[in-house]
Design a protein around this ligand. Structure first.
Ligand SMILES: Nc1ncnc2c1ncn2[C@@H]1O[C@H](COP(=O)(O)OP(=O)(O)OP(=O)(O)O)[C@@H](O)[C@H]1O
Ligand SMILES: [Mg+2]
Length: 136
């Protein structure tokens, strides 16, 4: 119940977002998260895979279990070689968008997870890592 085979799944189409949601729903459930947390994690994965598809066209999602002391968590990585984010702090603000969205995806994902790190370089791409810890 507290370990999980790691894996990865490429994102390149609208349909891949649907598949990614199902993969992460299964992974989070297998790791032992309850329905509310599973829904939070799946929502974040959905937003971050959608960002890959919308803003970078393609990329990859990875998942693995992580440990700290006796604690167990799920780590998800979303990486692309797209245009990058010039101002990460700005991109994290609710309502900030360079597209036609609501600018809710990044701030929402941060709120729904326990940890989020964003590494991005203009012209090179973006890597976003989120972690959610199982309640102890
Ligand atoms: N993977 C990415 N590559 C490049 N830019 C990104 C990426 N993810 C987010 N961004 C930038 O950060 C901005 C904010 O992202 P966020 O997900 O919060 O909003 P959105 O995608 O524009 O709209 P919404 O998610 O509400 O539909 C985006 O408009 C885009 O400029
Ligand atoms: Mg978005």
């Amino acid at each position: 119940m507290n370990d999980l085979p790691p894996g990865e799944f490429p994102i390149g189409s609208e349909n891949d977002i649907v598949s990614a949601r199902r993969i992460i729903r299964n992974a989070a459930t297998a790791l032992g998260f309850g329905l509310t947390d599973v829904t939070r994690i799946v929502t974040a994965a959905s937003e971050l895979t959608r960002n890959i598809y919308v803003h970078a066209k393609s990329g990859i999602m990875r998942w693995r279990s992580v440990h700290r002391g006796s604690g167990v968590g799920l780590e998800l990585t979303f990486a692309d070689n797209g245009p990058g984010i010039p101002d990460v702090a700005k991109a994290l603000q609710v309502g900030y968008t360079t597209g036609t969205g609501l600018g809710m995806g990044l701030p929402g994902s941060k709120r729904l997870t326990d940890e989020m790190t964003i590494q991005s370089e203009v012209g090179r791409g973006t890597t976003i890592v989120v972690r959610k810890w199982l309640p102890t």
